[in-house]
Design a protein around this ligand. Structure first.
Ligand code: AMP
Length: 407
C-alpha cells in the first residue's frame, strides 16, 4: 500500500515524499483512512511505529486549508503529550508534514521561558502540541483559547497516567468543545487506560500494533549475568572491546545514571546523561551531542526513554533491568528504528532475576545468556538455561469495526 491509497491530499503527499517515507507503516495504514473520516481512534502503538504521522497527517487534512490571515487563526487541533522531548518531536513532524499546506504549528512545554511561546501563539496557530502543565498555565494566563478545538490527540496516554497528569488532562478536556474528533494513543491498553479512554472517546476504531513485534523481530537480545559491583567494569570492557558505535545505556535511577557517566569519563569514554533532573537546555545539549557523535554513550532513565528519537542507535544496554516489563520494550525499541537492526544487552544481577522472568513472559521468549570472554567474573547468578517462557496469547493486529462489518 502507498500513501496515495490512504486518501491524502497532494500537499501532504509531497511532504511525506520529502520526508523520505516511501510506504506507510502498519499504524499509518490502519489509522489514517479511519481518522480521515472523522472517526475517533483508540491506537495501541509505541513510539517508533510511526504513530506521530498517523495522527498528524489526517489532522492536517481534516482542518483543510485556512485562508485567514495567520493572526486571526484559532487552535483547531490540540495534541497533548507527556514530555517536552515528545512535544518537540511531534512539533518537528507536524512542521515537516505541513510545509505545503500552510498550517501554523507551535509547541508549548515546561522548562523553558514563556515569552517565545506566547509570541508564537499570538501569531496564530492551527495545530498546537503541548504538555499538560504548561498548557494549563498558558490558558490561565489568557494566552491560549481552546474553545475552537475540533481535533484532540492524547499521545502516550499510559505514560500521562503513570506520571500523574490525568487530573490535568481532565481539566483540559473540560476546556474544549465536546463535539470533536478524538485520537488516543497508548503503548498499552491496560485497564487504567481503558477506564480513562472510555468516557473520552465516542465509538472509537481500535487499532493495535503488536508491541512485541518490534523487539522480537528486529533487535538481537542478550543477557549478561554479572554481579552488581562489577556492572561498571563490564560496561567499560564492552565499550572498549566490542564494536559498539552509538550506545544508549539505561539505569534505574538518575543518581545511577550520573554515576555511570562519571565512571565512563574516568575511563575516557565520551558519554553524557539525560534524565528529569536536568534542565531542558542540558537535555537538548545531551541529545544533540549524542546525535552528532560528540558523545558515543547516552545514559538515560525510563522517564525520558520515549523522548529519545535518535536514528542509528546501534546498542541499547540495560545496565539495570526495568522494574516494569513493558519499559523493556520501550527501551530496546530505541534501537532498530524504522526497520533497521539493533542489539540489546541486559546486565543481570541476582537481585533482578524476577524482572528478567517478567520480561521473558511478556515477550514469550527465553533470552540467551552470554559471558564476555576474558572478563574476571565474581560469583554471580546465572539463570538456568532450561528455563522456558510461555508464549503470550496471539495479539490482534487490527480489530477496528471496519473489518468486523465486512465479515
Ligand atoms: P514515531 O513512532 O512517530 O516516533 O516515528 C518513529 C520514526 O519512524 C521517526 O524517526 C519517523 O521519522 C519514522 N517514520 C515514520 N513514518 C515512517 C514511514 N512511513 N516510513 C519510514 N519512516 C517513518
Amino acid at each position: 500500500m502507498s500513501f496515495v491509497d490512504l486518501g491524502l491530499e497532494p500537499g501532504l503527499l509531497k511532504a511525506v515524499h520529502k520526508l523520505g517515507y516511501t510506504e506507510p507503516t502498519p499504524i499509518q495504514e490502519q489509522a489514517i483512512p479511519l481518522a480521515l473520516t472523522g472517526r475517533d481512534i483508540l491506537g495501541c502503538a509505541q513510539t517508533g511505529t510511526g504513530k506521530t504521522a498517523a495522527f498528524v497527517l489526517p489532522a492536517l487534512q481534516r482542518m483543510g486549508r485556512n485562508e485567514k490571515p495567520t493572526e486571526g487563526r484559532s487552535i483547531r487541533t490540540l495534541v497533548v503529550t507527556p514530555t517536552r522531548e515528545l512535544a518537540g518531536q511531534i512539533d518537528d513532524v507536524a512542521r515537516a508534514c505541513s510545509q505545503y499546506t500552510g498550517h501554523r504549528i507551535a509547541a508549548v512545554y515546561g522548562g523553558v521561558g514563556y515569552d517565545p511561546q506566547i509570541k508564537k501563539l499570538r501569531k496564530g496557530v492551527d495545530l498546537l502540541v503541548a504538555t499538560p502543565g504548561r498548557l494549563l498555565d498558558l490558558v490561565q494566563r489568557g494566552d491560549i483559547d481552546l474553545s475552537h478545538v475540533e481535533i484532540l490527540v492524547l499521545d502516550e496516554a499510559d505514560r500521562m497516567l503513570d506520571m500523574g497528569f490525568w487530573p490535568d488532562v481532565r481539566r483540559i478536556l473540560n476546556l474544549i468543545p465536546s463535539a470533536r474528533q478524538n485520537m488516543l494513543f497508548s503503548a498499552t491498553l491496560s485497564k487504567d487506560v481503558m477506564r480513562v479512554a472510555g468516557p473520552t472517546l465516542t465509538d472509537p476504531a481500535r487499532i493495535e500494533v503488536a508491541p512485541s513485534a518490534t523487539p522480537v523481530e528486529t533487535v538481537s537480545q542478550t543477557v549478561y549475568p554479572v554481579a552488581e559491583p562489577q556492572k561498571i567494569d563490564l560496561l567499560v570492557r564492552l565499550l572498549e572491546e566490542e564494536r559498539l558505535d552509538r550506545v544508549l545505556v539505561f539505569t534505574r535511577t538518575k543518581h545511577r545514571a550520573d554515576r555511570v557517566c562519571r565512571q565512563l569519563e574516568r575511563n575516557r569514554i565520551k558519554g553524557t546523561a539525560i534524565h528529569s533532573n536536568r534542565t531542558q537546555a542540558q537535555r537538548q545539549r545531551a541529545l544533540d551531542g549524542f546525535k552528532d557523535g560528540t558523545y558515543r554513550v547516552l545514559v538515560a532513565t525510563d522517564i525520558v526513554a520515549r523522548g529519545i528519537d535518535v536514528d542509528s542507535i546501534s546498542h541499547v544496554i540495560n545496565y539495570d533491568l526495568p522494574s516494569q516489563a513493558q519499559d523493556y520494550v520501550h527501551r530496546i525499541g530505541r534501537t532498530a528504528r524504522a526497520g533497521a537492526s539493533g542489539t540489546a544487552i541486559s546486565f543481570l544481577a541476582a537481585e533482578q532475576a524476577a524482572e528478567l522472568r517478567e520480561i521473558e513472559l511478556m515477550l514469550g521468549q527465553t533470552l540467551p545468556c552470554r559471558d564476555l570472554e576474558g572478563f574476571a567474573y565474581m560469583q554471580r547468578l546465572v539463570p538456568n538455561p532450561d528455563r522456558t517462557a510461555k508464549k503470550p496469547k496471539p495479539r490482534l493486529v487490527y480489530n477496528g469495526s471496519a473489518r468486523r462489518r465486512r465479515r
